[in-house]
Design a binder for this molecule. Structure first.
Ligand code: EPU
Length: 336
């Protein structure tokens, strides 16, 4: 069913809880409804708003926000221990992870408790604890705004990288994701290489699906603020990927600096949280915006901050990191 709202307050529709408004917001469930909504052409300005967990509104939005609300999860079939699922864009991501864990399906457990909707997952190729959604994704269904047709794109063609996909670039403003198809496994495939995960899972009694989900939830709750309580959008910045010699030079001055392999073997990924922490900004706040005191990659709205205040504060954090390390950190959050 289509539901339309005019001049709507977005405070409860963005996890930063900034008090901006949208001229129009339209909830839709099916591709047919989208076709109907775009039958007279696309609005001059529009954007897809999922759970609003990776967005910072810095002003009132003058266009139309389209929100997918279809919540179906369908099993498409099972073969040789692989189960294929079709998940509509409006399914809450963590509801899907819980659903799959309950049914003994491996593949999403490390991505437990990531806020957001399933339709948004491929856009930034959500990832945590050594896994990314692209690892379990088979294809993405989308509505093409220009032609009014539905397209199905194989995961291999979606241009996935670290927090990257074609949906952020070539396909931005051209398609609306309506569903995703995943391939999960009945065969246990624990992925415990990352950080504290192994220790936490052992403490719970070993690598079952339930234990991994519980361990990931525990680690995330201990580091990341709950957006229902404190406005935030998870990691505000991406971990920067730099040329190897740059990383080596920095390592000489900071021997304890974490380094991670990057997809491109001539490059290295640095930890933006560590860099911000080392500038002394962890827990620092100015007015109604601050750096979270347990994870420096997260900016928090301490109550009533505007999007503009958050952005100005973020620019200061970027400048400080650049001043100290000569490294640019980009925002991970979409800024509107
Ligand atoms: N670190 C610090 N101080 C901090 C934060 C981190 O020194 O305040 C150090 C840590 O000790 C560690 C390194 O930096 O050595 C990396 O930190 P962490 O393991 O917490 O992960 P991250 O790189 O900061 C990424 C994702 C998170 C994801 C975690 C776990 C990005 C932008 N962020 O954070 O994703 O949960 O790994 O896999 O890649 C999100 O995208 O919203 C998000 C929360």
């Amino acid at each position: 069913m289509i539901r339309e709202f005019e001049h709507i307050d977005l405070r409860d529709r963005n996890s930063f809880h900034v008090a901006q408004t949208a001229a129009r917001l339209v909830e839709f469930e099916t591709p047919d409804e989208l076709r109907e909504l775009f039958s007279a052409g696309a609005p001059r300005q529009w954007y897809v708003l999922g759970g609003g967990n990776n967005i910072l509104f810095t002003r009132d939005y003058e266009g139309v926000l389209f929100c997918p609300v279809g919540e179906g999860i369908t099993t498409l079939g099972e073969q040789g221990g692989t189960v294929r699922l079709r998940v509509e864009a409006g399914v809450e991501w963590d509801v899907l992870v819980a659903w799959s864990v309950e049914r003994g399906l491996w593949g999403l457990e490390n991505l437990s408790l990531i806020p957001g909707k399933a339709g948004a997952a491929p856009v930034q190729n959500i990832g945590a604890y050594g896994c990314e959604v692209k690892d379990a994704l088979e294809s993405v269904e989308m509505f093409c705004v220009e032609t009014g047709n539905m397209l199905v794109m194989d995961a291999a063609h979606c241009g996935f990288g670290y927090r990257e996909s074609l949906f952020k670039h070539a396909l931005r403003g051209k398609v609306i994701i309506t569903a995703i198809t995943l391939r999960l496994s009945r065969t246990p495939r624990p992925r415990l290489e990352y950080g504290d995960l192994q220790r936490e899972v052992e403490a719970l009694g070993g690598p079952t699906l339930e234990h991994i989900r519980e361990a990931v939830c525990t680690i995330r709750r201990s580091k990341l603020p709950d957006p229902a309580v404190t406005g935030n959008a998870g990691s505000f910045f991406k971990n920067p990927v730099v040329e190897k010699p740059v990383a080596e030079r920095l390592r000489e001055s900071y021997p304890d600096m974490p380094l991670y392999p990057a997809a491109d073997p001539t490059k290295v990924k640095l930890a933006a949280g560590w860099l911000i922490d080392r500038t002394g900004l962890k827990g620092y706040h100015e007015g109604r915006v601050g750096v979270h005191d347990r994870q420096a990659l997260v900016l928090v709205n301490l109550g009533g901050a505007t999007g503009g205040e958050v952005l100005a504060f973020a620019r200061k954090v970027q400048a400080k990191v650049h001043e100290k390390f000569g490294v640019a950190i980009d925002t991970e959050v979409n800024i509107l």
